[in-house]
Design a protein around this ligand. Structure first.
Ligand SMILES: Nc1nc2c(ncn2[C@@H]2O[C@H](COP(=O)(O)OP(=O)(O)OP(=O)(O)O)[C@@H](O)[C@H]2O)c(=O)[nH]1
Length: 291
């Protein structure tokens, strides 16, 4: 498992927790480890101050106790957000949005499989209509996941109409889960941002949108969040998916991104395979992060 969690602080903290007692170097090492893991300077400072206060109050000297305290602090902060997917509507419609290349299509394939594993029928809508290759890529993932797909009738068809047709199919055939792929876009393209709003409004003519998931690439870290801020502003995002954690040393990004956006992480992707997507459990994450 160690090689699958490069975002773990385990190695960075090993020397520190191997020492006999807590001293000034302990705090310097901890600060460096947290900054390197992309917690960001503010959260790093807050965590260290909280731990220093705890160490003083309880007269802690054993680094192993400090490790437990670090784990608890991180878990407590992660758990302030509710990671549950709200998919009780029928059909439950999930829109997936994000900048280019973050892993939207791959995530949709994995998410469809995740839902299929729970016994649900799934239809995906190829509302990324600008590139024929994008539709084909989604179709490949849908096939792997055992999901149905609604394709555009012609290249460049209005994405909102593909989304609408997908929900219509789900309603007609009693398919409980709908996932809509949208084209990757840069937030600077105002027209494309408006288009996301349009997709949402058009789908809402048929029923509610249950989730709008913003996909973020962990390897881009907090810079990636700046890129994605317009989605949060315009697309009514309800939750985050963090992908490529397997290729990232930025385990702290997960905490930073929740606090910075005020949005819960609902899914995490840790690989290119169809089963490499899991729900987000603060307790498990904190344990793997701190080791
Ligand atoms: N290692 C790793 N790679 C991933 C993960 N998720 C996606 N990828 C890879 O990231 C690349 C881009 O993924 P896509 O799903 O095509 O991204 P996209 O956001 O749909 O891209 P556009 O449609 O171009 O905007 C692919 O090579 C995926 O295999 C992950 O969790 N881990």
């Amino acid at each position: 498992m160690a090689e699958r969690t490069p975002w773990s602080l385990g190695n960075a903290l090993r020397g520190m927790f191997g020492r006999r007692t807590i001293d000034e170097t302990t705090w310097e090492d901890l600060e460096e480890a947290l900054i390197t893991a992309d917690f960001g300077p503010d959260i790093t400072e807050e965590i260290i101050e909280e731990l220093q206060a705890g160490v003083e109050r309880y007269q802690v000297t054993d680094p192993r106790d400090l490790k437990r305290m670090l784990r608890e602090t991180i878990e407590e902060r992660l758990a302030k957000f509710d990671p549950t997917l709200k998919l009780s509507a029928r059909p439950a419609v999930t829109l997936v949005v994000g900048v280019n290349g973050v892993g939207k299509t791959t995530t949709i394939g994995k998410f469809a499989k995740f839902l299929r594993n729970h016994g649900m029928t799934v239809v995906v809508g190829a509302a990324d209509t600008f590139r024929a290759a994008a539709v084909e890529q989604l179709a490949t993932w849908a096939g792997r996941a055992g999901a149905l797909i609604v394709r555009p009738q012609h290249e460049g068809q209005d994405p909102a109409s593909v989304a609408y047709q997908t929900v219509e199919v789900a309603q007609r055939d009693n398919i409980p889960m709908v996932i809509i792929d949208t084209a990757g876009r840069l937030q600077t393209k105002g027209g494309l941002m408006d288009e996301l709003g349009k997709i949402r409004r058009v789908v809402e003519k048929l029923g509610e949108v249950s989730e709008v998931l913003l996909v973020l690439d962990a390897t881009t870290g907090q810079n990636g969040v700046s890129q994605a801020e317009a989605f949060i502003k315009y697309a009514g995002v309800t939750g985050l998916v963090v992908t490529k954690l397997d290729g990232s040393a930025k385990g702290g990004f997960v905490l930073a991104v929740q606090e910075r956006t005020g949005l819960p992480i609902k899914l995490i992707g840790q690989g290119e395979g169809i089963d490499d997507l899991t729900g987000f459990t603060p307790h498990v994450y904190a344990e793997k992060l701190v080791g």
